[in-house]
Design a protein around this ligand. Structure first.
Ligand SMILES: Nc1ncnc2c1ncn2[C@@H]1O[C@H](COP(=O)(O)OP(=O)(O)OP(=O)(O)O)[C@@H](O)[C@H]1O
Ligand SMILES: [Mg+2]
Length: 408
């Protein structure tokens, strides 16, 4: 019989062929590019039903320990080894089984789930990796010349805040969109700039910009054309594939390439109170440009070892750029994907708070509503105003808004 490991994306319901050997967590949908994880079936189920059951959609890193626990039950000695291959089935059967599976285990908010407060101990390897990452962060912190203060914004100058971390899937876009919306709701005139070729800010806000950041910087669109009103007090300068051309343009410059964004966007300062930049994962010419453009950096750090390690890498790169821009401030550190039912993330949140007492922000909890809202083109405040996600981003917006007042 032909066999294949496959999954149904819980967002767009597209069938995915999962290469043999790929981890069952962190599958990225080939169509809508969202991450989700799947639970391997009990062997008996796998034989009866050729469909894998899924955990709720989520970001890349939350609840690793819980995922391991679900594998353990499948892999325990004496029971058939975990099912990594499932028989292929016709697409119609797959869709029907996916619908049945979705009905049987609907996506629920983690906060609403029952269960003891601590479900799992941190995984030993995860703990070791997190400890190593924390040591690297501490040594980076010790090398800093002096704690950087929040910059005092000038009279008619917008604050420019970059939401940045090289690690992917830590909640940058979620944070940029909902922080921008939260600040707009507090009465600030906000511009959200999407500096990512994925262009997901527009998707999350349910708008379709005809022109965006690339066209504005290259000069083929003026501010009135490129800046899209997205909500009351909130405008979007969209990202997307066009930014690849902008990166080439920056790289071709003989000198001053790193100030391309700063030069092109400076005139927008007078129009806004706050400019929030959503940056891409990784490190390239555009990331460096964002660091030469913004005044303050807000780093979302997912509470697990890989993200902490990414944060420590980012600190090193940030320090290198800071030498040329001493006014640049790592102003806010936002722990994301906090799951209070697992000890590891909460402990890491405490460690970060101890390391950065002035810059740590209230954490953003794991909340399924945050991953459902973008598909509806709505902010968390519109989609689920009473959810933990809305409360956490409201608290963050207030904290960031207060930062300006303290600095003034
Ligand atoms: N607190 C949260 N609780 C649950 N899901 C979340 C949370 N924050 C973000 N997500 C989901 O996790 C996924 C990754 O988040 P997001 O796209 O914001 O990360 P990112 O850092 O911008 O990723 P990239 O590096 O690819 O740009 C998304 O599906 C998002 O909806
Ligand atoms: Mg993003």
């Amino acid at each position: 019989m032909e066999t294949a490991l496959y999954a149904i994306c819980p967002f767009c319901r597209t069938r995915q062929d999962v290469p043999e050997g790929q981890s069952a967590t962190g599958v990225i949908c080939a169509k809508c590019h969202r991450r989700f994880s799947m639970r391997r079936p009990e062997p008996a189920q796998a034989a009866a039903a050729p469909i894998l059951r899924f955990e709720r959609p989520h970001g890349a890193f939350e609840r690793p320990t819980l995922v391991e626990r679900s594998f353990e039950t499948v892999d325990r000695p004496g029971v058939a080894p975990s099912v990594t291959m499932a028989p292929a089935a016709p697409a119609s059967q797959v869709a029907a089984a996916a619908a049945a599976a979705a009905a049987a285990s609907p996506v629920t908010d983690l906060e609403e789930e029952t269960g003891p407060p601590i479900l799992a101990e941190p995984d030993a390897a995860e703990e070791l990796a997190a400890a190593a990452a924390l040591r690297a962060i501490k040594s980076q912190l010790a090398a800093e010349p002096a704690p950087s203060r929040l910059p005092a914004p000038g009279a008619a100058k917008a604050r420019r805040i970059g939401v940045m971390l090289s690690k992917g899937g830590v909640g940058k876009t979620t944070t940029a969109v909902n922080l921008a919306a939260g600040l707009a709701a507090l009465g600030r005139r906000v511009l959200l700039i999407d500096a990512d070729t994925q262009g997901q800010c527009a998707f999350a806000l349910g708008v379709t910009p005809a022109k965006g950041l690339a066209e504005f910087v290259e000069g083929s669109a003026d501010a009135d054309t490129a800046l899209l009103p997205a909500r009351e007090n909130l405008w979007l300068l969209g990202g997307g594939k066009g930014l690849a051309g902008l990166k080439r343009l920056i790289s071709r410059k003989d000198f001053g390439g790193e100030r391309t964004l700063d030069d092109a966007l400076a005139a927008l300062d007078a129009r806004f109170d706050v400019i929030v930049v959503d940056s891409a994962p990784g490190w390239d010419a555009l990331t460096v440009n964002v660091l030469f453009y913004v005044h303050e950096v807000l780093a979302p750090v997912a509470l697990e070892a890989m993200s902490l390690q990414g944060f420590s890498e980012f600190l090193r790169s940030f320090a290198a750029v800071s030498r040329y821009r001493p006014e640049l401030s790592l102003a806010y550190i936002v722990p994301t994907f906090l799951d209070k039912r697992v000890r590891g993330p909460a402990a890491l949140a405490d460690e970060l708070a101890a390391l950065y007492p002035d810059r740590i922000c209230p954490p953003v909890r794991y909340n399924a509503k945050l991953s459902e809202a973008p598909a509806q083109g709505r902010t968390i405040f519109e989609f689920a105003p009473r959810s933990p996600g809305a409360k956490d981003y409201h608290a963050l917006a207030r904290r960031v808004a207060a930062g300006a007042r303290e600095g003034e």
